[in-house]
Design a protein around this ligand. Structure first.
Ligand code: F6R
Length: 357
């Protein structure tokens, strides 16, 4: 039920803070420590390399998840698009473990990979929002997102839930391997939930940004470096899915290797800056596009902000910024679609779960 909301997408964006709190609670033990079922930890610890397989938004969550697992658990990770994996199976390590990320748990492209790796005798974990879904039943282990049904075709709360669950999996695995975090993840995810709430209360600002930058444009670019690059990919996917604006996400440093040719007078370039060590470089990239006529929209994190930034997001732990940096992009996409009279919840040509390969 969407209640008083005009669209499921807006309702689901607003549900992100409570979903965060629910995930923290569901993954806590009686002592308040984050916990993952022992068989899953054993599988993580028995593997020498993890292969994340996913499509669309879930693939974008996987890109961030790789950083979480490599930094917190110190196990190497590869991330693959499911539909490509079947043709170009990478050389597998001696003890591979597969993690399937799928909101619906029904994506046929991902299932095709699961069937194949199971036949090869490898183990798999499915991270899904739907208990009893095909990918959940067919994998050895399941981690649930606890995000509640996601009805809008464009995925929002499932993405941030995927990131939260991946961070918990990474941290708990790391701890079991003797790598303690130098921060308290429960506390930091709580700060994330509060920051999400602040952002969800800023809807007029995002409506204004959508109007200023996206109401008539043909195309738009999202740039970022490091974690911000992956969030930009997700922002571009959201925007193109529901507003039909041709949108692409790029690594800031890659722009000058070709894409900058597309920048014209007024082209919107949405730049993210949430990471201190790339702040200067991404701002350098913004200068490059502005010199070619771009209309820059900089979304930065508190502490890294400069005069003229379009929006400043509250500060959270640097490794967790994707969980909140995505929210402005979800809301900007939502309003851009509304302004352009698009069917926000049911965009043309798309289905919620893609059950054909
Ligand atoms: C994006 C979107 C799609 C899905 C993709 C994978 O908003 O909805 O890109 O993310 O089809 O779906 P799941 O996660 O159900 O496997």
């Amino acid at each position: 039920e969407k209640g008083t909301y005009p669209h499921y997408m807006l309702k689901e964006i607003d549900e992100q803070p409570p979903v965060m709190r629910k995930i923290i609670q569901r993954y806590q033990d009686d002592q308040g420590e984050l916990t993952i079922d022992q068989p899953i930890l054993d599988a993580m610890n028995a593997s020498d390399r993890i292969y994340i397989i996913a499509a669309g938004t879930s693939y974008h969550a996987g890109l961030v998840g790789k950083q979480f697992i490599e930094k917190m658990a110190k196990i190497p990770v590869e991330v693959h698009i499911s539909s490509e994996f079947v043709y170009n199976m990478p050389m597998l390590s001696e003890k591979p473990l597969f993690i399937f990320i799928s909101q619906s748990g029904e994506t046929a492209d991902s299932r095709a990979v699961l069937v194949e790796v199971k036949e090869m005798g490898h183990k798999a974990i499915t991270i899904t929002n739907v208990p009893g879904s095909t990918l959940s039943r067919e994998a050895n282990y399941t981690l649930l997102l606890h995000a509640g049904p996601e009805i809008a075709v464009a995925s929002t709360k499932a993405y941030t839930a995927q990131l939260a669950v991946l961070s918990i999996l990474a941290a708990v695995t790391g701890k079991s391997r003797g790598h303690e975090l130098n921060f308290n993840l429960v506390q930091e995810l709580g700060i994330v939930a509060n920051a999400m709430e602040v952002l969800c209360d800023e809807k007029e600002e995002f409506e204004r940004i959508a109007r200023e930058f996206l109401s008539t444009t043909r195309n738009a670019f999202f740039i970022g470096r490091s974690l911000d690059f992956y969030v930009g990919l997700e922002g571009a996917l959201k925007l193109k899915e529901i507003s039909y604006i041709q949108a692409e996400g790029f690594a800031g440093g890659e722009l000058k290797h070709g894409t900058i040719a597309l920048i014209e007078e007024g082209t919107p370039v949405i730049a993210l800056s949430t990471q201190e060590y790339v702040n200067l470089s991404i701002r350098g990239n913004v200068k490059e596009v502005v010199a070619r006529g771009a209309n820059p929209c900089i979304i930065s994190m508190e502490g890294l902000n400069s005069e003229g930034d379009s929006f400043v997001i509250p500060e959270v732990n640097p490794i967790l910024t994707p969980l909140i940096a995505v929210i402005p992009l979800q809301l900007i996409s939502y309003y851009a679609a509304l302004h352009r009279d698009c069917d926000v919840d049911k965009p043309r040509n798309l289905a919620k779960s893609v059950t054909v390969e």
